[in-house]
Design a protein around this ligand. Sequence first.
Ligand SMILES: Cc1cc2nc3c(=O)[nH]c(=O)nc-3n(C[C@H](O)[C@H](O)[C@H](O)COP(=O)(O)OP(=O)(O)OC[C@H]3O[C@@H](n4cnc5c(N)ncnc54)[C@H](O)[C@@H]3O)c2cc1C
Length: 389
Amino acid sequence: MDIELSNDDLSFEAEVREFLAGNAYKDGEDPNKWRMDWFEKAREKGGWDVPKWPAKFGGPGWTPNQHYIWQKETARSSTPWDMPFGLSMLGPVLMAHGSEEQQDRFLPDIRARKVNWCQGYSEPGAGSDLASLKTKAVLSEDGSHYVVNGTKIWTTMAHIADWIFCLTRTSDAGIKQEGITFLLFPMKQEGIEVKPIITLGGSHSVNTVFFTDIKVPVANRVGAEGKGWTYAKGLLEHERTGIAGISNSIVALEGLKDKASSVKRGNGSLMDVSSFKAKVAALEIDLMAVEYTELRSLATASAGTAPGPESSILKLKGTDIQQRIQKLTMEAGGQFSAAWGGTNAGPDFARAGMGGYMGSRVYTIYGGASEVQKDIVTKKVLGIKSSKK
Ligand SMILES: Cc1cc2nc3c(=O)[nH]c(=O)nc-3n(C[C@H](O)[C@H](O)[C@H](O)COP(=O)(O)OP(=O)(O)OC[C@H]3O[C@@H](n4cnc5c(N)ncnc54)[C@H](O)[C@@H]3O)c2cc1C
């Protein structure tokens, strides 16, 4: 996709490229020091360490075009790893609904990448139907704190997290979306047990987390008691926009074309085979369409507003595209892709094929399954009401 870039945009693009090239990781550097220095230098550029935060909270206040340029350029460069939970998920919720005291207390450490957060939403029996969650928070008689008991599941990075933002039930009265309260508390305390879940790809990133009589001061409640569902939904919209990963898919698609071009077929390469080429072309067209959708959502994000239900379109299409890229990469590797890391035969890229393919299965589940995103798009974007009584 080529969007119209003004002269100002072009000089911004050059500045971004210069920054990224000048601060790329160099062999032999201490990766942690490089990471922290990188964020510090990005901060000195005027909020480049928190690109999506509004200017009021230290962000750069970029135009949608500038965001687009940043995403495109960072996807192609060596940038440090970052966790989304504090920066892109809790941060915006605190900015919109947290007290000034909470903003002053939590945002600086999130920005400095000093505190790792995890997301305590899903429970056994409350995934797609998240509002059925049962983790109880009971207010103490003197009204000073809540006592939390319950279980969360699929909690990514809970084993290394310092803090959790957690949806709890403070009331069973009314519809299930009412009575949900958004609490923040430290993970490293007695009464919290974290058990690893090893996933299909053989890795450990998700966990089951058990809470027994955890005391949470009322000062750690975000917004009003019983109104957590509203804040939780806003957070999910930010999460879904991030999961879509459009810029990374653009780079991955270029990689796919290179890989397929290296696979010989007759006198040419796999990229000359019309049936394969048609699949790549269809993918590229879908990617361009979703890129424009993302650009519209960047405009709302830079104004500090939650992206809205349109983020479900991004999540739905963005994750479908990521999976199709993995699938075509497997196809390009042919039979060699089936041997998961265990053979030296075939092209180098084929060895990672199966791992990447298996790993990509989760994209259409976490952050809300694709079927659920379709429901949201149908109801909230298209305005079509269910025919069910
Ligand atoms: C790798 C990974 C990381 C995750 N990280 C976190 C995290 O950090 N924090 C957190 O809180 N959660 C996390 N999750 C949980 C994730 O949000 C849930 O897995 C997801 O919402 C689906 O819920 P479920 O697994 O309970 O499946 P279910 O809700 O049981 O759904 C099972 C199947 O039924 C379908 N289905 C359900 N309801 C409907 C419907 N109304 N219409 C049509 N189909 C339907 C679903 O689409 C799905 O295919 C993670 C999940 C994964 C896989």
